[in-house]
Design a protein around this ligand. Structure first.
Ligand code: AOF
Ligand code: ZN
Length: 355
């Protein structure tokens, strides 16, 4: 199951609104079939793994990270396919909250005489499926807040643009996060100060860049910004307060951005809850919030953050620092530390919301 969970992460960010699920088929200790939900969400993992296993599936064990589906959706039920292939035992990590499945997949397998175990490595399974599970239960994308802070807990230096806080290994990992996520969000302050591109620039993974979203109440995103200039290649959404038909300047800015391919979405950027619901209806299941301090704080205040990825660099910034919402080592309320990793001279701490 640990191997299946690792495999399932391969297509994170590519399968929305479907989850990225993995299936391993094991016969006499040998993996005879393995697959992950295809980009776009179909075919599902099980049917592909069964096709690879062929006749070897008879009597084998299938390890699946999510309960096999039982419904006739856009594809026939995976539970039926497992039964038809003669699978003897199915091991599942997480049951599927989709109301069309919700235990029926497991019941179908058991009714067919298959030995079924569930809840195996469930915590790790739920982590890998966090975006999907959150979208199913809350109808909103799963929010990961990424912060990079100095040793003294600062996000940057007052009045300065990008300050190097973390090293190249951490930055590579941030690009992995971007590749795994459907959309990335920043505030207009960060857009103006840093002129970031927010794409995934890891060799070979460029096509996995997330949709880029800027909270921009007054529509100040410059047409010359990297975001606007690259909107034809990777979508950009500017979230702005309201339609200002009475303001010619606003209309001109809107026209200039739209001509570059930027989508202007009217939705009060301070009503984050409503914004997340709007994003979910567009099929966005996961959202990476990358800054700055105000944006981070507003997502925390609204109780919308599911995971915090806190990168801490080795150097202090000292006076003139912009303080982060919380300082490394001090646990944010309502979150628990799940993982710690070292990236070069930096430390990554991953917190998950307790609920
Ligand atoms: C599986 N294996 O690999 C995945 C599953 O629209 P459909 O027919 O593709 O169904 C979408 C639902 O299928 C989704 O909400 C979830 O319940 C399940 N996803 N199930 O057996 C898979 N990705
Ligand atoms: Zn299925």
């Amino acid at each position: 199951m640990a191997a299946a969970i690792r495999l399932s992460r391969l297509n994170l960010g590519l399968t929305s609104t479907n989850p990225s699920v993995a299936c391993l088929i094991v016969r006499d200790g040998v993996v005879v079939g393995s697959a992950v939900t295809a980009p776009g969400g179909r075919p599902h993992a099980e049917t592909q793994a069964l096709a690879e296993a062929g006749a070897a599936a008879r009597g084998a064990t299938a390890y699946v990270t999510l309960e096999p589906c039982s419904h006739h959706g856009k594809t026939p039920p995976c539970s039926e396919a497992l039964i038809a292939a003669g699978i003897a035992r199915v091991v599942v990590s997480v049951t599927d909250p989709d109301e069309r499945v919700a235990g029926r997949g497991l019941a179908m397998l058991r009714d067919a005489g298959i030995a079924v175990e569930t809840g195996v490595l469930e915590e790790a399974g739920r982590e890998a499926l966090a975006a999907y599970l959150n979208r199913q239960t809350k109808k909103q994308p799963y929010v990961t807040l990424k912060l990079a802070v100095s040793a003294d807990g600062m996000l940057g230096r007052l009045g300065e643009g990008q300050v190097a806080i973390t090293g190249p290994v951490s930055r590579g990992q941030v690009h992995v996060l971007r590749a795994e996520t459907d959309a990335i969000l920043i505030g207009i302050g960060t857009a103006l100060a840093d002129d970031p591109e927010l794409t995934c620039r890891l060799p070979g993974l460029e096509a996995r860049s997330p949709v880029r979203i800027v909270l921009d109440p007054r529509l100040e995103l410059p047409p010359a910004s990297k975001l606007a200039q690259t909107a034809q290649t990777v979508p950009v959404i500017a979230v702005t307060e309201r339609d200002r038909r009475d303001d010619p300047g606003f209309l001109a800015r809107q026209a200039a951005l739209e001509a570059l391919g930027v989508e202007v979405l009217i939705c009060d950027p301070r009503k984050l809850d409503a914004l997340l619901t709007a994003l979910a209806t567009r099929g966005i299941s996961s959202l990476l919030v990358e800054g700055g301090a105000r944006t981070a704080q507003s997502f925390l205040d609204a109780g919308l953050v599911g995971r915090i990825s806190l990168f801490t660099g080795p150097k202090a910034i000292g006076k003139d620092g912009v303080a982060s919402p919380f300082v490394s080592g001090r646990m944010p309320d309502g979150f628990s530390l799940r993982h710690t990793a070292r990236y070069g001279a930096d430390v990554l701490q991953e917190y998950e919301r307790d609920d």
